[in-house]
Every structure is written in C-alpha cells, then in structure tokens.
Design a protein around this ligand. Structure first.
Ligand SMILES: Nc1ncnc2c1ncn2[C@@H]1O[C@H](COP(=O)(O)OP(=O)(O)OP(=O)(O)O)[C@@H](O)[C@H]1O
Ligand SMILES: [Mg+2]
Length: 354
C-alpha cells in the first residue's frame, strides 16, 4: 500500500500541509524541530490510532486549536481509500471515503504502518506492554476476530477483578473465569503462531546485520504457568488474587524476549545493536504482513541514520530499496550517496518543499 496524498491540519507545528509523496522512498530533511517526525506520526496515527510519542493524543493538536486532522489518500491493492482522522477534546472521529465510521479500528484495519523511532528500542529493552502491543498489532492484521476476542477477554478480566475486590461467590467466579479461559486460549494460540511466523524472518535479518551476536533465541511467555491450564490457574489463585485485588496471571501478562548467544542480557547490546535488532523485529513484522495480506505496509523510519555506522546504514538502505514498500525516512542530514533517485523533501517552518 502507499499514500497518494497527505493533508495535515493543525497537527503539532503544521497549520496546514498538503503534499504528494513518491510511491518509493521519501526522505524528509530538516533542522531540529522542523516537523519531520510529526509527518511520520500522522501516518502512524492512521495505522495505530495513537501516537508513538509520550504526551497523550491531545498533544497532537496545534497549541491554541480545538482539533487536528490527518487526511490521506491511500492506494491498497489498486483501490483508493480516502481516510480521515480528526482528534478533538471529544476524542477521535474517523472517516473512510467521507463516511464517518463507528469505530476507530475500522479505519486502522485499512492502513498499516511499521515504524522505527527512538522508542522502538523498547521492543527489546522496554516494558512487556510494548512487546505485547507489537505482537497484537501483527495478530490484529492477520486474525479478523482478534479485536473482539481481546475486548471480550478484557471485559471478563475486569469483571473478575471486581469480584476479587467486592468478594464474589464461587458461581460468579466460575462464570467469568470460563469466559476468560475461552478468549485466553485463542489469544494465546494466535500470538504463539504469529511469533513462529516471525521467527525465520527475524533470524534472516539478524544474521545479515548482527552476525557477531551469534544465534538468537526468541522466547514466548503466555502469561500463566506452562504446566497448568488457564482455568485451573485462575481457580487455584483466587485467594492470592483477592489479597492483591487483581488477576496476576493471564494473556494480559504475556511477554516475549529476544536474546543472543553472545549477549544473553538485554543491557549487553550497544545502542546501535539494539536499534538493528529492533529494526530486524519490525522488518520481520513487515515480511509477515506482506506474506499474509499480499501488500506492503508503509515503512516509517524516523532518524534512520542516527546510531548506525556508515556500513550498517548502507546495508539497511540497500535492503530497503529493493523491498517495494513506500518508505518514509527522516533526518537532519543524510548521506548524499543515498539521495540520488529518491524523493527528497525539505521540511522548514511548517512547510514541505520538494
Ligand atoms: N501541540 C503542538 N503545538 C504546536 N507546536 C508543537 C506541538 N507539539 C509539538 N510542536 C512543535 O512541533 C515541532 C515539530 O516537532 P518534530 O518532533 O516533528 O520535529 P523534528 O523535525 O522531528 O525534529 P528533530 O530533528 O529534533 O527530531 C517542534 O518545534 C515542536 O516544538
Ligand atoms: Mg524528529
């Protein structure tokens, strides 16, 4: 898929911006604070319904304004979709082809973007929540009933937590735990299968960029004991969970990890190695999306050159140029040798110049 046109209004430093990117590689160059990351952020919003930056969704709205909008014409498998997303104090409003859609996820299902930004290091070194999000984004685009299953799990989890606090009887617990168990098993199976699909791709990318780290080990933890069924774990932990006031095991506690023969601990990776490993994870996700959906997601690479030496940057760029995706790269500068034959935009004072 690729963006044919992008319009922004009242988003961060942009009052209004409208431009036509190339279907191949787009490089956004500009000084610090000129708005490069904000352009990538706007595309990420269409795919994730949230920003990748801290500060919450209200921070996206240009200071002094009531709402911001992102409008994109997107080509997906030869069909053009007009996607509109507005953020105001009332929340999100999403439109597809001028029709307001009831759920934000209806819009998100149309646009897929994979983004590497400074926070992507979190896939390796951050809290489990980042890794669960990574996994669930992938599963969301492969399994059509993922979202409703996840929501159903969340609802029954909340109900069980209420019972833990107010003191429900066994019949009430049985009912909610039964509902949790049925969604948990599906979520777990999807996540496990998704990681298995990533595994060979990830090994390929890591062998190319980080051969010095030796054999990688990808491990999945489903969120509850490997020896017992979830329903048994829930029943056995009622008393302890009551003391804590919440459910301590389940798919809401799932995690996965990537370790290396030559760097078994996360903190043993250098910054550049962490970035390359995160890039490998996200590009494996790109590969799996392409295999299952037959179209490439957008690739957003914020400050790609930062932390990479010239040889690694050349390797990564050489690989990316051949992958057929629409790619968005930002930087305060970028090596001249990679600027030939790609679309370069200069970002300055809320404007974009080709
Ligand atoms: N809500 C807002 N209203 C107005 N301006 C904002 C808002 N949020 C951020 N900005 C400003 O928008 C500008 C764009 O920031 P952005 O992070 O996109 O820049 P950048 O080009 O990626 O910079 P860098 O090279 O430092 O990464 C900054 O000057 C920032 O202060
Ligand atoms: Mg930036």
């Amino acid at each position: 898929m690729h963006i044919l046109r992008l319009n922004l209004a009242q988003l961060r430093c942009f009052e209004s911006l409208s431009f036509v990117p190339s279907a191949g590689v787009n490089l956004l160059l500009g000084a610090n604070g000129s708005g490069k990351t904000s352009v990538l952020e706007s595309l990420f919003l269409l795919s994730h319904g949230r920003s990748f930056r801290p500060g919450g969704n209200q921070a996206l709205i240009r200071r002094g304004q009531a709402a911001c909008t992102v409008y994109a014409e997107l080509d997906a498998a030869g069909r053009t979709y007009r996607l509109g997303l507005e953020r105001s104090a009332l929340g999100w409003r999403a439109r597809i082809d001028t029709q307001t859609v009831p759920r934000l996820s209806d819009l998100l299902a149309h646009c897929a973007a994979i983004c590497i930004e400074p926070g992507s290091h979190g896939v390796l070194t951050g809290p489990a929540e980042i890794r669960r999000r990574f996994l669930d984004w992938g599963v969301f685009h492969v399994e059509h009933t993922f979202l409703e299953t996840w929501q159903s799990y969340q609802r029954s989890l909340q109900q069980r937590n209420v019972l833990l606090r107010v003191g429900g009887d066994n019949t009430q617990f049985d009912a909610w735990e039964h509902a949790m168990d049925s969604s948990a098993r599906r979520l777990n199976e999807w996540r496990r299968a998704y990681l298995e699909r990533l595994r060979p791709r990830l090994q390929e990318h890591l062998a190319r960029w980080l051969p010095e780290l030796g054999v990688p080990a990808l491990r999945y933890q489903r969120g509850w004991s490997a020896e017992h069924s979830f329903i048994d774990v829930l029943a056995a932990h009622r008393a302890r969970d009551r003391e804590q006031g919440h459910t301590r095991q389940g798919p809401h506690r799932a995690d996965w990890s990537l370790g290396f023969e030559q760097a078994p601990e996360r903190h043993q990776l250098s910054r550049g190695q962490t970035k390359l490993a995160a890039l490998a994870c996200l590009l494996s996700q790109f590969d799996v999306f392409r295999e299952s959906r037959g179209t490439t997601p957008l690739l957003l690479l914020d400050d790609l050159a930062a932390e990479l030496d010239a040889a690694h940057l050349d390797q990564v760029m050489g690989y990316l140029q051949g992958n057929g995706a629409q790619i968005w790269i930002t930087g305060t500068e970028f090596p001249q040798r990679w600027q030939a034959g790609i679309q370069v935009f200069h970002v300055e004072q809320g404007a974009l110049r080709a």
